[in-house]
Design a binder for this molecule. Structure first.
Ligand code: MG
Length: 255
């Protein structure tokens, strides 16, 4: 069942999204050569505390496992759900996807950026840029009267045009009181297919593209998902409100 949020719930989603954006921006300002993902995770907790937000990922349970991070820290060929670790130290030439979901007053905001550390290869920068453009294309298609497939097709088109892989097993999602609600929002698909978009729906739209094969595998830690063949991956995400007019990006940083 895809829920349409009430005006009161939408106000709370706006607040959660605003805080999620501020927290992501603050955490990303600390990303630099020499910092560990454990240190970034501690900073994320501090910054969330300061803003009255709770991490939605810390303590999240899946298949009997408990997620140990206040955020997800995925480096290079890792796509999502990378864990905080003192041993994972960022090096010049790396990229990291910082994925933060926070809860404020019972509602959630989810957003992700992929950032370069120092000088990266041009093809990796292109991967990051195209994935970000795909997010914006997907958001632009998130309009009442369209279907989820319009979002999916808009995202897939950017990957296809640029010869990038689309991760198929991981998808965007509805979001609200829970981190993952209906509908699923795949990063591939056909315009006109899938659930109808209605004003008041809130979606986390999150393209994940790869330089080579987009086949995935899960590490023995049970969480970290990376590409099978070591292809590097980028991931961008916003939480978006469908309205009667233009889509509203709830996690847009207001400067
Ligand atoms: Mg998400």
């Amino acid at each position: 069942m895809v829920s349409v949020k009430s005006p009161k719930e939408i106000e709370k989603m706006r607040r959660a999204g605003e805080v999620a954006a501020v927290v992501l921006d603050a955490v990303c300002s600390h990303v630099a050569t020499g910092i560990s993902t454990a240190e970034l995770d501690r900073l994320a907790k501090e910054i969330m505390d300061r803003h009255g937000a709770r991490s939605s990922t810390f303590g999240f349970r899946s298949v009997g496992r408990v997620f140990p991070g206040y955020g997800c820290w995925s480096i290079n060929d890792e796509i999502v759900h990378g864990l905080p670790s003192e041993k994972r130290i960022l090096q010049d030439g790396d990229i990291i996807s910082v994925d933060l979901t926070v809860s404020v007053d019972g509602f959630m905001g989810d957003n992700t950026r992929t950032i370069a550390i120092g000088a990266i290869k041009p093809e990796v920068q292109h991967l990051i840029d195209v994935t970000q453009r795909a997010l914006l294309a997907g958001i632009d298609a998130a309009r009442a009267g369209n279907t989820v497939g319009h979002i999916s097709a808009a995202i897939q088109r950017l990957a296809d045009e640029n010869g990038l892989g689309v991760v198929r097993e991981l998808v965007g999602h509805g979001i609200g009181r829970k981190m993952h609600e209906d509908p699923q929002v795949p990063n591939y698909g056909v315009a006109g297919q899938g659930p109808l978009l209605r004003s008041g729906m809130t979606l986390a739209i999150e393209p994940m593209f790869t330089l080579g094969s987009a086949k995935i595998s899960t590490d023995p830690d049970g969480w970290t998902i990376r590409t099978v063949n070591g292809s590097w991956a980028a991931h961008w995400e916003h939480t978006v409100l469908i309205t009667d007019n233009l889509p509203e990006i709830l996690t847009l940083l207001k400067k």
